[in-house]
Write a protein that binds this ligand. Sequence first.
Ligand SMILES: Nc1nc2c(ncn2[C@@H]2O[C@H](COP(=O)(O)OP(=O)(O)O)[C@@H](O)[C@H]2O)c(=O)[nH]1
Ligand SMILES: [Mg+2]
Length: 215
Amino acid sequence: MAKQYDVLFRLLLIGDSGVGKTCLLCRFTDNEFHSSHISTIAPVPPLPTSFHSPCLSDGLPFYCRDTAGQERYQTITKQYYRRAQGIFLVYDISSERSYQHIMKWVSDVDEYAPEGVQKILIGNKADEEQKRQVGREQGQQLAREYGMDFYETSACTNLNIKESFTRLTELVLQAHRKELEGVRTRANHELALAELEEEEGKPEGPANSSKTCWC
Ligand SMILES: Nc1nc2c(ncn2[C@@H]2O[C@H](COP(=O)(O)OP(=O)(O)O)[C@@H](O)[C@H]2O)c(=O)[nH]1
Ligand SMILES: [Mg+2]
């Protein structure tokens, strides 16, 4: 049965098909990389693939949603963005085209994602230096324009994977701190009540009776 959580951070990966979104997630969740092209094109109708990360941030679990190839047909629907709290916008440093498309992805996020969603720009395949078409400064520049943090990553060599996931989770945590504190306060309150109830329900042993004896 699926585990129930009080708080679950909801992250998304978006960007053109082939930029390495699925590989980034596999690298982060399972520390694995598949060099052969594993098709992430789903049968029709395409369904999103979801991953529960085993990694916790600040003791909190999160859930990262990957596309199942729908991005190739530009058929990502509103529902995909619904309730997202953190989004990775991914391009491939060896594809100028995927970099140019980031603007389109940002406009989709603006249109469909909830207000206050946190975003990070990722230039993946940083190991492909000889095939580079997008300079690091271009990535930095675009990220500045949109007010995002920027990382060049490589799912292949494990460059900046943990760092970028940790950063996005931190941003989401900061943005939702109030909401989170509310949950924690409620949880602490419930815990205190449960302890009290347990304490009250205890049979009176010698230790208890000596505590309450005033004679
Ligand atoms: N050299 C290199 N290849 C990568 C990297 N990440 C993914 N790939 C390759 O890029 C292709 C597409 O990856 P995939 O994760 O399916 O892309 P997606 O369509 O965005 O999910 C695959 O052949 C991967 O092996 C990377 O960091 N470096
Ligand atoms: Mg994929």
